[in-house]
Design a protein. Sequence first.
Length: 586
Amino acid sequence: MDFFNLLALLGGLALFLYGMNIMGDGLAKTSGGKLERILEKMTNTPIKAVLLGCGVTAVIQSSSATTVMVVGFVNSGIMKLEQTVGIIMGANVGTTVTSWILSLVGIESDNFFLNLLKPTSFSPIFAFIGVILLLFTKNEKKKDVGTIMMGFAILMFGMDMMSAAVKPLADVPQFTSLFTMFKNPVLGMIVGAVLTAVIQSSSASVGILQALCVTGSVSYGAAIPIIMGQNIGTCVTAMISSVGANKNAKRAALVHLYFNIIGTVLFMIVFYTINAFSPFAFLEESANAAGIAVVHSVFNVLATFALLPFRNGLVKLAKLTIPEQEAVAESASGTVLDARFLEKPAFAVQQAKHAAEDMAKTAKESLFYAFQLLEKYDSNMAEKVAQLEEKVDHYEDGIGTYLLQISAKPISKEDLQTVTMLQHCIIDFERISDHATNLSEIAKKLSKSKESFSDKAKAELSVYFAAVKNIVEMTCEAFENEDIKKANQVEPLEEVIDNLDKEEKKRHMKRLRKQKCTLELGFLLSDIAMNLERVADHCSNIAVYMIQIQEDALETHEYLDAVKQEENENFEKMYHEYNKKYALPE
């Protein structure tokens, strides 16, 4: 092997790793948060968890990414430790898909259709289509597909370069003897583990092994221990990811490590024990890319079937390694927004959305407590409102910073719109919480004054509270469920609340003129009405941001003007229904 072959090998390896990276990123970007939501919600049975872990990993082409996601879910409190075991096992099976794709390199046939399956035949087509999609289309999703196709083509081109570069090594005795050393199972396993730990991808290290097979120097006896070690080496990414995480997240990373170590040890003990009594003839044969894929898949499938019934034992082992008492002390400080997800920004967007949903619930809770204070003041409840307002402020700071970090990453147009929408919405939720604090202060002044509103004023405020409570509940529900239909119901009610505010002020002025209300109570009533009307305005803003994302529509004010000016039958119908429902008593 001369210097130029070495350069070609390094160049092929670089292209191979780069292609795998951009293809994985493109797949994750295209899938958006859909896979993340599936992982969260559909892990109620072990078999489902295994299938989901397998499916998600097959799509994003990285068991490391799936496991890091799982560590993030556990760290965020979204997923329980017990739910992760099946996903981790499934991820190991899903990652074998890559080796099967790479095994197509070894196809040898004169048949036209079989030759089309060879990467050297179809990867140029992928590259050509990918370039067209990237350069000549404006649609973001088509560009993402182009990125995936280009990544795949680069990966395959790199694989081909590596294979061509190492082919002359078949005639080098030193290289051939190197692989006889790897027939020692322990040494081969260590080499596989170290190689995978360095490049942090079992798929990539298996691909490199497949490329070396073209020399004919790699026997199955040498390849099998290396493949075993590769499964252990891939755990490094999750272990690194768990640094700084809470105890349960560290346990999830340990479950991944223990599963692969125990699976490898069991497989090797059984395999080499049988081999000692009845030697496997194929171990001396030269391995090929397809054979490597078979070994990789068989090992991971067998390990999963063997250890799935003992999944609770893996959890107990992780808990023994990291004791329960320490985990309880730390669990309270866990954060919903985990920096691990920033490596796959589409998943980070969903985490930000989850945090914003929690923020919305907290702001709503704060406001509804303030309503109760206006009916009957209680200092403990007032303190609760202050605490919730502080919590909402922390949410705004944390989510805002996280969204800025996401927006600096390469994300799809759809995710960028969601990030922009969330940046606007968290400001409005924080303002709602501020108005809750204002209402709490008004309730305190009202309590100190020892005065109370007239029965008529109380009846009118009761209607006002009901309308505002409805619009806040509707907005939070629409936001949480991404329900555009419900979001469209917000603006008509906001118009009704505007009218309520005007009517309430007119009636209040009449009571003042007739001296049925004191000036001090009048100011307090005016402040209450102003805060309620502002809350409705913020709800309107949130609903409009959601609708804009769905329709890629106009600026907020332009949209609202359009809704009010155009003959909108649905808007008019809802407006009249709300107007009737929240009519002030005569």
